[in-house]
Design a protein around this ligand. Structure first.
Ligand code: UDP
Ligand code: MG
Length: 341
């Protein structure tokens, strides 16, 4: 069976939350994995150990292998074989962090769903605090970084990024918050109904409303491997964050256009006056000409680029291709599990 992430979600139906007749509550973990072979076993051990502190809850660990190029899949398969609560969704290629999360959300059956990174930067123990916040009435509990042990570069760009988003976006996205959060069934179902391609999950979640609560934590260093968010990828995510929630850049283009038009008119008046009244020194105007041509050219290119970013989004949305492709499911008791398409 090949599962593609393109179905229409009917709110309320969800991925059947009926799992246990005894009325025990199920907590699903959505765990995106990309080239984490060295650390994933340790991660699972820590998460599993943390989950044992809540024998009153059932757990399901959904690992989404996002086209890893190292041995991550083999390690995950062995985890799924030895741990009945673990499931592996193997995507057919690398679809990116946000899409891996989406695939996991679509398959999660829990009454609450926790999304977290698998590089141990999001401490598994903190997810239990999110569960406590959920039990206290929160529908969305997001883990907010109090501190982070990243490089100065990462800290600086992240800081600038969240402030920029805050200024740009028409909605309020909590500062210093990644995708580490818990959603209850209702919030998750509404989120799953958002099927846009260039997705910025944390922004979507923030825009849902519901009763949201922040749980502060200290972010750890990556234990193994290296960040899969180098600067270009981060910039793309930043651009998605802005273009998903704000048309402010388009308004800026209009303003920029008005300003340059006014300035150009002044320049034209100046050039004409020079020509008519001081024809003997009209050649020095070459400097002004060059400045005007270059400046206007630059403004036009910039504006086209911004418009292009929005047109590009429209194009990919209109294509309506599947968001992700699952080529294999390991360790789930669902129908069709374990049989590659
Ligand atoms: N990840 C993924 N697909 C990707 C890139 C990353 O599933 O294309 C996963 C990765 O395994 C990790 C999480 O997303 O669990 C966050 O990635 P990373 O740690 O590289 O980001 P950072 O913490 O540096 O922002
Ligand atoms: Mg990380």
């Amino acid at each position: 069976t090949t599962v593609t992430g393109n179905f229409v979600v009917q709110p309320g139906l969800g991925a059947e939350a009926v799992h246990d007749p005894a009325g025990r509550r199920l907590v699903s973990y959505v765990l995106p994995v990309y080239n984490e072979a060295d650390g994933i076993e340790k991660f699972h051990e820590r998460l599993f150990a943390a989950s044992r502190s809540r024998p009153d809850l059932d757990f399901e660990f959904i690992y989404v292998n996002d086209g890893s190029r190292d041995g991550s899949l083999e390690v995950l398969e062995s985890i799924a074989r030895s741990c009945p609560e673990a499931t592996v969704l193997d995507l057919s290629r690398n679809f990116g962090h946000q899409m891996a999360i989406t695939a996991g959300l679509d398959h999660a059956r829990g009454d609450a769903i926790v999304v977290m990174d698998t590089d141990l930067q999001d401490p598994p123990e903190v997810s239990l605090q999110l569960i406590v916040a959920w039990e206290a009435g929160a529908q969305i509990a997001y883990a907010q970084r109090r501190t982070r042990k990243d490089t100065a570069m990462k800290r600086f760009t992240a800081h600038a990024y969240y402030r920029l988003l805050h200024r740009f976006a028409d909605i309020e996205i909590p500062v210093d918050t990644g995708d580490f959060r818990l959603m209850d069934r209702a919030a998750a179902d509404v989120l799953r109904a958002h099927r846009e391609r260039n997705r910025f999950v944390r922004g979507l979640v923030a825009s849902l409303g519901f009763h949201q609560v922040a749980v502060p934590f200290d972010r750890d260093d990556r234990t193994t491997g290296e960040t899969n968010y180098p600067l270009p990828k981060m910039l793309r995510l930043a651009a998605d964050g802005v273009t998903s929630f704000s048309t402010t850049p388009l308004k800026w283009i209009t303003r920029l256009g008005i300003i340059t038009t006014v300035l150009s008119l002044l320049g034209i008046v100046y050039a004409l006056a020079l020509r008519l009244f001081l024809p003997e020194i009209s050649v020095p105007g070459w400097t002004l000409l060059m400045i005007m041509v270059l400046f206007l050219g630059g403004v036009q290119m910039l504006s086209l680029g911004v418009i292009g970013a929005y047109v590009g989004r429209i194009y990919t949305e209109v294509q309506a291709r599947p968001l992700y492709i699952v080529q294999k499911v390991v360790g789930s008791d669902d129908s069709g599990a374990g049989t590659p398409g």
